[in-house]
Design a protein around this ligand. Sequence first.
Ligand code: SDX
Length: 389
Amino acid sequence: DFGLMTHDPGFNNTSSCRSSITYIDGDAGILRYRGYPIEQLADSSSYLETAYLILNGELPTKPQLDAWVHEITHRTMVHENIKKLMDGFHFDAHPMGMLISTLSAMSTFYPQAKNIKDPAMRRLQIARLIAKVPTISAYAYRKRMGLPYVYPDNSLSYTGNFLKMMFQRADPYIPDPIMEKALDVLFVLHADHEQNCGTNAMRSVGSSNVDPYSAMAGAAAALYGPLHGGANEQVLRMLQEIGSASNVADYIRRVKNREVLLMGFGHRVYKNYDPRAAIVKQLAYDVFEVVGRNPMIDIALELEKIALEDDYFVSRKLYPNVDFYTGIIYQAMKFPVDMFPVLFAIPRTVGWLAQWDEMHNDKETSIARPRQIYTGYDARDFVPVEKRG
Ligand code: SDX
């Protein structure tokens, strides 16, 4: 009974919490940020405008939006020592591992962020993180590739700057407007998603009143898991393993034998088609117009077709989730597969921080302390080692 939870001293950070940010109806396949349908935001908004909405509860006026965009696009630099820290990673370190570690390290660069009861201090750290996570993410890629870091370019859009920091080589890099827009739509779709595993980690770790950099390292670590935000990387590896549409039937057989999972399918909440997946699937074709068709889409479409007609999946209400098609787009945009979870973490930064901020605004918040059902021994007496069997 949800009502009982409100009297739980650990309420708001145990197994349930109150939030006014994101609404999901898993059976109907509905997703809204602050009441606005995801389809309308993906179609008409931008990531930074949607981030403002998620954080503040209302869409910004033009002056508010201009000020917000200026603030974020002018906080993109990171301390030079962050680069020295990232230089220390192993040459083939996974970019998500680098991001998680660097987020945690950032808590030492902003010690004043410990003052989490001051809303203005929280808001300053929120702006810093939204602005700097793309810079650190691009640095992780450049480090992997043995390429020099590219400084942020404040004259570009949020996604245009990220693309430039990622892909600039010897020649000047001008972001393709269709790439910029496609990535912006993908970022809108990933911005928040209620109390998922990563956000729960953010709230749980954050409920100890630790700084947001340390809490976000925990959230990003949860997202790294292959059952969560790491799934988009696993989907691509699954499609590469299948190799061609003609091999799909055999892979489905292996799934039904429980030898493997159909990555990118299923969801704890959606027992219908994930509305984000439908938008991503359509977006793929816009991207292919610019970069050419990714043949992996043929395998994915065949997988979806067979699964949605097979009672094993239908009876378990397994549908494509947000991760099923994103990897195909990212690969077409020339992102390496191990950057895919990082591409999930960048936009989810605002969701994690909005939920963290909401938690600290809620007077009933207390430290997370989930209850357990004890299944161990009853009391028993100690036995000295010489008397043990
Ligand atoms: C994200 O929570 C969020 O909001 C997350 C997210 C977000 O925006 O933050 O939406 C992002 O994490 C999307 C999910 C990405 N993960 C994957 O695509 C990995 C593959 N999916 C599964 O691991 C699974 O579907 C989960 C973890 C996503 C959900 O698991 P549930 O809800 O706990 O479902 P379950 O394990 O209870 O499964 C129910 C049945 C089981 O069969 P039975 O034992 O009852 O016979 O469905 C089966 C499962 O074996 N099943 C699958 C399957 N997912 C569930 N069988 C094959 N392939 C799958 N992918």
